[in-house]
Write a protein of this length. Structure first.
Length: 375
């Protein structure tokens, strides 16, 4: 499997022009789509449809129609489709939304180039946004939009912004463990005391982004050693399903599991809050405390840039941020919006100092996971 994966940051120096570079990137993303298509779907389909409250229904007279805009969305329709219905109703702009995996759409945008019908790309992961920004596909956003989002959740060059945040946590069974028994670093899960008690989902896109972040923080060698030590410690493999990890923790099949914070929200919602589970945050700056974002950028050659900017502005207004907190259990990235479901405020979850755009180096992570036998 690893032979089909290309390290995006190790392209031959002979590729001096942007066109051949993009051809290589498209091939790499195509390979990555095959490798992570299921994990992407599994990640962004959460919370499950049965656990999501009924979306708001537009009320009142819709705004007069005043144009349309095409959006490519790597966020699934069951999560963001209802928001676009509300936006269309209230703004008068008709959004033509193309839904697919984030990696697939990134490859499509690279291939289409300036001929793309898309005016904006709504991605489930900052890494894909960083990749397209490196290729010059985004235009700088207005400062008033950038100022809505803290610097750590937006591009350093101002070409994209986060829309919602997802924190990596350790979900644990509260009947088996107390908070003070849990490790303060994800690196400590290799201790023999945790043998056979930890669940993870190496095929899931969120786990792969976490490993990419770990590589950036502590280096490839140390990350590979951690993965191998976790395998040797009989960490239980749940494939691509974080939801299955949370359920196994609730059932006592494993004591703890590495997931995103909102999986607990979905599980508790479906069970009426009766599950004996809680989220544990690792220490500030720990690799296990990574916060990734779903985000959006406006294409440099957008056919309808003004309408696309209205979409971005609407996604970041208080009402929309509260909508996503309630609907998906994710964190708002705009300050002043309460954390979802009594979770720890995002300001108190000290994510390590990782440039989220650097998460674009996914294929090297997939190679590493394949080499240690997890893919």
């Amino acid at each position: 499997m690893s032979s089909a994966l290309i390290h995006l940051n190790a392209l031959p120096s002979a590729l001096s022009s942007r066109a051949p570079r993009r051809a290589v990137l498209i091939s790499a993303l195509a390979a990555g789509c095959c490798a992570i298509a299921a994990p992407v779907a599994a990640q962004d389909a959460t919370p499950e449809a049965s656990a999501v409250p009924e979306a708001k229904v537009p009320v009142g007279t819709p705004a007069p129609r005043r144009g349309q805009v095409t959006i490519y969305s790597g966020r699934s329709e069951n999560l963001v489709g209802p928001w676009f219905v509300l936006f269309d109703h209230e703004s008068g702009i008709t959004t033509e939304v193309r839904y697919a995996g984030t990696a697939e759409l990134a490859a499509t945008l690279l291939e289409e180039g300036e001929n793309s019908p898309a005016s904006a790309f709504f991605a489930q992961d900052a890494g894909a946004l960083g990749l397209l920004a490196q290729e010059g596909l985004f235009q700088p956003l207005p400062q008033e939009i950038l100022d809505r989002v803290p610097e750590r959740f937006r591009a350093a060059d101002g070409t994209w912004v986060g829309v919602t945040g997802r924190a990596r946590v350790l979900v644990y069974n509260t009947e088996l463990l107390s908070e003070d028994q849990l490790p303060m670093s994800v690196l400590d899960l290799t201790d023999p005391a945790w043998q056979g008690k930890v669940g993870w989902a190496p095929e899931n896109a969120s786990f792969q982004s976490f490993v990419t972040g770990m590589r950036l923080l502590i280096g490839d060698d140390a990350t590979c050693q951690w993965l191998e030590a976790m395998i040797a410690n009989d960490t239980v493999n749940f494939g691509d399903s974080n939801a299955a990890i949370v359920q196994a923790v609730a059932n006592g099949e494993v004591a703890v599991g590495l997931v995103n914070h909102y999986y607990l929200v979905a599980a508790q919602r479906e069970a009426g809050g009766k599950l004996p589970i809680a989220n544990h945050h690792f220490a500030p700056e720990d690799p296990g405390s990574l916060i990734n974002v779903a985000g959006i950028g406006v294409l440099a050659n957008a056919p309808d840039p003004d309408a696309a900017l209205e979409v971005v502005e609407a996604l970041l207004d208080d009402e929309s941020q509260e909508y996503f907190v309630e609907q998906t259990g994710e964190y708002a990235v705009v300050e002043g919006i309460e954390a979802p479901h009594d979770l720890k405020p995002i300001e108190e979850t000290a994510s390590p100092a990782v440039d989220l755009a650097g998460l674009s180096d996914l294929n090297a992570t997939l190679e590493m996971l394949a080499e240690v036998g997890l893919l």
